[in-house]
Structures are given as structure tokens and as C-alpha cells.
Design a binder for this molecule. Structure first.
Ligand code: AMP
Length: 112
């Protein structure tokens, strides 16, 4: 637990969140700033700074958590976004993946 980390505080219950689901190692929450309707985050329960920090033993549970989150959204079109490192736009240095459900004419522009 990193005491100044917003996602550690969410995992510990110190900061409220809208929790969609949780597994042994991950929690799925609604992003506080919805880039599109239904925008979710898959967040590791333990503090890892980024993907490079995430132990490979967690990969399976991570992908299972993503899969359940997508199932719960009930949508077939989505973007998975992982901002790794500050130059890639990572603002919260605690491992997380964005799930962005996509719908026709949702107005979201993805800058690649
Ligand atoms: P990133 O730029 O990949 O680090 O994204 C961090 C995400 O965390 C942003 O989309 C924020 O809107 C989201 N976020 C920050 N604080 C909270 C919070 N307290 N609850 C839910 N989402 C949050």
C-alpha cells in the first residue's frame, strides 16, 4: 500500500468508488471521468507502478478480470487502453487498464 496513492485508497475503501466486480487480485471500477459512457478501470489490488511492475503470475487473473468486465458491459465493441509511463499519458502510477465501450457515433476520438 502506497499511502498517497488514490487507487490504493480505493482498494482499501478509504476513497469511495463504484465497484463493478472484483477478483482475487483486481478490482473493476467505474472511471470517475467517463471518457465514454460505461468507461471502466481494471485496477490491481496491490500497488504496482505500471505494467512492467506487474508480476507475470497475475497475467491470467488480469485477463480473466478484463473478460468478466467486458461481459458485464454487455457490449462487443470496445477499446482497451493501457497508458504505461508518464510520457504515454499515465497519470495515476498504480497499474490499471481502461476499458472504453464504443457505440455508434459516440464522439470519442482515439488519437493514435
Ligand atoms: P491514467 O491517465 O491512465 O493514469 O488514468 C487514470 C484514470 O483514473 C483517469 O481516467 C481518471 O479519471 C481516473 N481516476 C482518478 N481518480 C479516480 C477515482 N477516485 N475514482 C475513479 N477513477 C479515478
Amino acid at each position: 500500500m502506497e499511502y498517497s496513492c488514490v487507487f490504493c485508497k480505493i482498494v482499501s475503501g478509504e476513497i469511495p468508488c463504484h465497484k463493478i466486480w472484483e477478483s482475487e487480485d483486481f478490482v473493476v471500477i467505474e472511471d470517475a471521468n467517463q471518457k465514454v459512457n460505461g468507461h471502466l478501470l481494471v485496477v490491481s489490488k496491490k500497488h504496482y507502478n505500471d505494467f512492467l511492475d506487474l508480476p507475470s503470475e497475475l497475467y491470467r487473473n488480469f485477463l480473466e478480470s478484463v473478460s468478466v468486465a467486458v461481459e458485464k458491459l454487455g457490449i462487443k465493441d470496445f477499446n482497451l487502453v493501457l497508458n504505461n509511463g508518464k510520457f504515454a499519458g499515465q497519470v495515476v502510477p498504480h497499474f490499471h487498464l481502461h476499458i472504453l465501450p464504443r457505440r455508434v457515433d459516440d464522439g470519442f476520438k482515439f488519437g493514435v
